[in-house]
Ligand binder design. Structure first.
Ligand code: ATP
Length: 461
């Protein structure tokens, strides 16, 4: 027994009660330093940001950790710049103080004790108060209470996402693993932290499928049994449309949405989208066709953007009877344009394909008139359908070339030619574009000739 008491040590090391608790609770945990890994893998600017944030936390007498997906990806050797920080203390106050120190803008969510800090150099930090969450009833949003990093990690979805790395100078780079996250990363297994996990939050099932497919991991046996139990408990129909849609959006934005749909079917969860939705070989074929068209789109429409997740929802809607589509549209808060696409995929696709397959074939300008205003998602959906070769050709040509065709003459030159800006400009430019599309003009001189003819016609008319 020495003469120093705990309080003397605390005073000497200038660490507060909470970090003392954290250090104490680390006893018995396998220590591992990942400082070297951080140094090797992270860009210098990110490393600097983490170090200085840790130093700032130390000056304020709080402990800070980088947590969740960032740590998981670091250990898996995957680049991730989604920095989630957890403060043992008031996360919002910390984010505001850090913004004062480094500059930047803070958006706070008081209810959850979280804040987003946008730094002047473009970095984004998600800062949270270490917190436990209570669920008033299954599927409810949680009630929040401040706590230690250990408890904070315990509320997380899977062991592989319940890892943290200390950032304060005295523990910079120390990996904190209370729940076997490292072991499970090595074993490539997804495991929940406790048996009520899916009852508390059934959306975790969708997250489990997402990580399973993304990393090629498998579900732990007990986790698998818990998922089946949650499905039997009929928790999913009670989830709000907003939360479910969010998860579907994430799930179908991964690399292999077809496998995700298959996995949902394995767990009898397609029913959570609509009770009549089920797996079939036809649905599988349609998903493969969509996949193939998306590959084509990514190669040939490099500069365009598309929401693949929406295409998958459109394909699921196509498999539903008419009244079910309406029910899906009522349940999920889609945006107006998403609703239009889903409805069009189910009810208008055949009609557009028929128009595009007409004999004699449409002129390019007619195709453009027909397809302008339709989303790329809908057009790729059309391409994936079993339609005529000419329809496919027209849609591809529209996506890759027709819609980029412009006349050489611009508004400036029209002004020189004596036209007044306004609707007259648009009408002439539209005529020039059509003529270019249909091949009746192909040079500036021919465009000028066409304008002259139009003026002549106008006068005569
Ligand atoms: P991604 O790479 O897809 O962004 P992520 O793990 O970073 O994966 P986020 O949704 O950004 O996922 O969540 C950050 C962290 O928050 C997770 O790693 C996990 O620890 C925790 N988390 C997120 N959603 C839940 C949930 N529904 N239940 C419990 N913990 C969650």
């Amino acid at each position: 027994m020495g003469v120093f008491r705990r309080t003397d040590l605390l005073a000497a090391e200038r660490i507060n009660q909470k970090s003392w608790m954290a250090l104490k609770s680390l006893a018995g945990v396998r220590r591992r330093q990942v400082g070297g890994l951080l140094h090797d893998r992270l860009p210098q600017a990110v490393m600097h940001l983490l170090r200085t944030t840790g130093e700032f936390a130390e000056r304020r007498g709080v402990s800070i950790y980088v947590v969740g997906g960032f740590v998981r990806d670091l250990l898996l050797g995957i680049d991730s710049l989604d920095i989630d920080l957890v403060v043992e203390g008031d996360g919002i106050a910390f984010a505001r103080a850090l913004a004062k120190d480094k500059g930047g803008r803070v958006t706070a969510h008081e209810r959850f004790g979280t804040a987003v800090l946008l730094l002047p150099d473009g970095f984004k930090l998600d800062v949270a108060t270490a917190r436990t969450e209570y669920y008033e009833y299954p599927t409810a949003l949680p009630t929040v209470q401040q706590c230690s990093i250990k408890k904070d990690l315990h509320r997380r979805d899977f062991t592989i996402n319940a890892l943290a790395v200390g950032l304060n100078p005295r523990m910079f780079g120390r990996l904190i693993d209370f729940y076997g996250g490292q072991r499970d990363l090595k074993a490539r297994v997804i495991r929940v932290l406790h048996s009520l996990s899916f009852v508390e939050d059934p959306t975790r099932v969708f997250r489990a499928i997402r990580f399973e497919l993304r990393f090629g991991f498998h579900l732990g046996q007990e986790t698998l049994a818990l998922i089946k139990g949650a499905v039997k408990m009929e928790l999913f129909p009670r989830l709000s449309g907003r939360r479910l849609l969010n998860e579907l959006r994430y799930l179908f934005s991964e690399r292999t949405p077809r496998h995700a749909v298959r996995r949902l079917a394995d767990f009898d969860l397609l029913r959570s989208i609509h009770p009549t939705l089920s797996w079939s070989s036809r649905l599988n074929r349609r998903l493969i066709e969509i996949e193939e068209r998306l590959v084509w789109y990514k190669i040939f429409c490099v500069d365009q953007t598309i929401s693949p997740w929406l295409l998958y929802v459109m394909t699921l809607a196509e498999a539903l009877p008419e009244p079910a589509v309406q029910e899906v549209l009522e349940r999920f808060p889609f945006t107006e344009s998403e609703r239009t696409d889903i409805t069009a995929a189910r009810f208008a696709a055949q009609h557009v394909c028929r128009q595009l397959s007409r004999r004699p074939p449409l002129r390019p300008s007619e195709t453009v008139r027909l397809l302008t205003g339709l989303s790329d998602e809908f057009l790729v959906f059309l391409l994936s359908k079993n339609t005529s070769a000419s329809a496919k050709r027209e849609i591809s040509a529209y996506l890759t070339t027709y819609r980029t065709v412009r006349p050489v003459l611009k508004g400036k030159q029209l002004k020189v030619l004596g036209f007044t800006p306004g609707p007259q400009y648009s009408a002439i430019l539209a005529r020039l574009t059509e003529a270019r599309l249909d091949g009746s003009v192909s040079s500036e001189a021919e465009e000028r000739d066409l304008i002259a003819r139009l003026v002549e016609e106008n006068r005569a008319g």
